[in-house]
Design a protein around this ligand. Sequence first.
Ligand SMILES: *Cc1c(COP(=O)(O)O)cnc(C)c1O
Length: 379
Amino acid sequence: MTTIGTSRRQISIRDDLAGLAPYTAASALDGVVHRLNNNESPYPPPTDVVSSMLAELKQALENSHRYPDTTVTGLRESLARYVGHGIQPAEVWAGNGSNEVLLQLLLAYGGPGRRVLGFTPDFGMHRQLAAITGTEWHDGMRADDFTLTPQHARSVIADVRPDIIMVSNPNNPTGMPLPPDTIEQLVGAARDSIVVIDEAYHEFARTRSVVPRIHEHPNLVVARTLSKAFALAGVRIGYIVAAEARIHDVRMMSLPYPVSSLAAATAKVALTHAPRLLERIPAILDERDWLRVELESRGLRTADSDANFLLFTGMTCSESLFEDLAAAKIAIRNVGPAGWLRVSIGTPADNRAFLAVLDRANPTSASFTDPEERDDDHR
Ligand SMILES: *Cc1c(COP(=O)(O)O)cnc(C)c1O
């Protein structure tokens, strides 16, 4: 006999999710001084913009007994105006970060029996979102030098026949832009599949956006975010741009009131001050180019980044360098291919603190091995 309330069936997670781990970005790392792990802006929004935000937030708070607009109209209007190229508010959908909107997209077009194709190394969340939604994940794999040629893309797409293709451009974690003819190949694939180009780093990049192509390709989806170049990672606003029919489908996957009135008010002010928020970009890119030369001059190799981070290798032991940096309260990322590490471009002070650890560690020397095997004067 079982008694209600005392005997419980231990329910386990869905079989297809066994082994999945929660997303951790090490932002919770205790005592980190130099956060070079999340590709955030190292600079907070300018104080005059924050003041304008506060005025709007006051108004939003005074109305906070009411639910926000569930159609997110005001924010979508601001985003459409910022994106340009004749994009209409009906062709934009926003959420609590672009990852949330991409989850909605996979709920709408993925799921059991559907296939999503990515080409690693690429943004790990794409694969995670496929797993969460029970969508079969196929890795098209880039070449050893992280390039993705149009020929390779075409042959994998023909093989896998994916329902959805997801690619970041510029790529995270390499920072490399896709060659124009590969972009053409992927955009062309939007005739048969949903093709998501994740342009999280668009504002840093020299390469053009595929947004203008949305009008000829109803299956093309561009994902963007205010978390990186706009210096608003904490506010949590991301969005997609796509044909109205796609937005309609994705919206059905959204919970009611998907954007807080406070986040929407903040983001609207940010978008009207876009040039002010984006004016730090040239300085960040100058630091990136400087840091790249510094790394190469120390015998390390870097990927050719078009974004606000660098992927580098050449360490005798990359894990060891990661640990040395952590001990110096500097967080970077080891999400990339084996032997490579990713460092976000920080303030000049952050970047110099990072280099100082490299100079102390001498990570290209033969004796630079596992921290456990070294004496402590290395750290
Ligand atoms: C940082 C990042 C995002 C942004 O995620 P949010 O949820 O909007 O903060 C999306 N895609 C890529 C490739 C990223 O690196």
